[in-house]
Design a binder for this molecule. Structure first.
Ligand SMILES: [Zn+2]
Ligand SMILES: [Zn+2]
Length: 377
């Protein structure tokens, strides 16, 4: 495995140097494609992502590695630090791409017999959707069924080399909304001649949060955060309009619709109260990842048999991942790979550093799961 670990770390560092965003990934795609060509794999581009298919027939298993980075300026002093200003692999997608490349190298060089068909996806735009890179691949490949979708996401909060497992809810539905209040601006000294959008916003802000605490069953976990507010130009002008945006995270699918309807009701009532126009745009983002319980149990058993340490994750994440577009086609599992380092910085932080010593366990996990497919079938 040493040879593959070296390759894994080499490719991870090469990708780390050239972080790119969303669907704009020319250097990243070129690097991965060049490596695939060296290994004699055929690949195709599917709406921004690279897809490699190995084997035929069933079961059909898809492995997803997201390869996009974040608009963050890296503050680490590493020899393989990002060479792109304001772009950084701060979510570990460099290691996801490297893991999938290394798995393909391992399959080829060790002549691993893949049972059924393996669809390997180097996926664009996980962070920046919609449009979601995963949804694009589902539509571009016309995927309507998979026996299993599999992904690993690194986690700096898990001990290095330990695999974090969770059955059922792994993370949250990620939705949002945009609101534009069209009021009536004027001189700040004569507010009675205006309709103040800032005051209307404060009513909406209060009502939305009150709805969340008084109208939603608190047993159902959910979060509403208003995160972006724009209005005003000067201290003596009541602005003409105000726009704001927010995010909604839930686990229960029905609750997504309920919250959207309740926000619409609040907006309508404030609209008629002030006799103004408020535009409201609910945005459905990616659904939550729901891990198949039987497969999680099976993977846990196989990993323990092979001396890979595991831990059961006590809570689902409030974050989200568009891997759900693959996993909700049928069965899916997303696993967490521990890469905890001394600096303890979280994902999406400009000083995030992963402990690369954990990465090889990701490759071992993929190998173990692929070998266990006979049982999954
Ligand atoms: Zn991320
Ligand atoms: Zn991520």
């Amino acid at each position: 495995m040493k040879k593959y670990e070296d390759y894994l770390i080499y490719t991870r560092r090469e990708l780390h140097k050239i972080p790119e965003l969303e669907f704009d990934l020319p250097k990243t795609i070129n690097f991965i494609a060049t490596e695939l060509k060296k290994m004699n794999y055929e690949y195709k581009m599917v709406l921004g992502s690279i897809v490699v298919e190995v084997g035929i027939n069933t079961p059909v298993v898809l492995i997803r590695a997201d390869i996009d980075a974040l608009p963050i300026n890296e503050e680490n002093e590493l020899e393989f630090k990002s060479i792109h200003e304001n772009k950084m692999h701060a979510c570990g997608h460099d290691s996801h791409g490297a893991l999938l490349l290394t798995l393909l190298k391992y399959i080829k060089e060790e002549k691993v017999e893949v049972l059924g068909k393996l669809i390997c996806v180097f996926q664009a735009n996980e962070e920046g959707g919609p449009p979601s890179g995963a949804k694009n691949v589902v539509e571009g490949l016309n995927l309507s069924y998979l026996d299993l979708a599999l992904a690993i996401h690194i986690s700096p909060s898990i001990e290095v080399g330990v695999i974090g497992l969770r059955a059922n809810e792994y993370n949250a539905n990620c939705d949002g909304f945009k609101v534009n209040i069209i009021a009536k601006g004027g001189h700040a000294a004569y507010p009675h001649n205006t309709i103040d959008p800032i005051q209307i916003f404060s009513e909406l802000y209060y009502a939305i949060h009150l709805m969340k605490t008084r109208e939603i069953d608190q047993v159902e976990k959910s979060v509403i955060s208003i995160t972006k507010v724009h209005s005003g130009t000067a201290f003596n002008i009541v602005p003409d309009s105000l726009s704001f945006e927010g995010t909604i995270r839930t686990y229960n699918d029905e609750l997504r619709d309920i919250i959207f309807l309740k926000i619409a009701r609040i907006i309508k009532s404030i609209e008629s109260l002030h006799d103004i126009k408020i535009d409201y745009q609910p945005i459905y983002g990616c659904p939550s990842v729901l891990n198949d319980e039987d497969i999680i149990n099976l993977i846990e058993k196989e990993l323990l048999k092979n001396n890979v340490k595991t831990i059961r994750l006590k809570q689902p994440a409030m974050g989200a991942d568009d891997f759900s577009y693959f996993s909700r086609l049928n069965k899916g599992v997303m696993l967490s790979l521990g890469v905890n380092s001394n600096n303890n910085m979280p994902l999406h932080n400009p000083r995030f550093i992963m402990n690369e010593a954990g990465l090889i366990k990701g490759l071992i996990t993929y190998d173990i799961v692929l070998r266990a497919l006979k049982v999954i079938k």
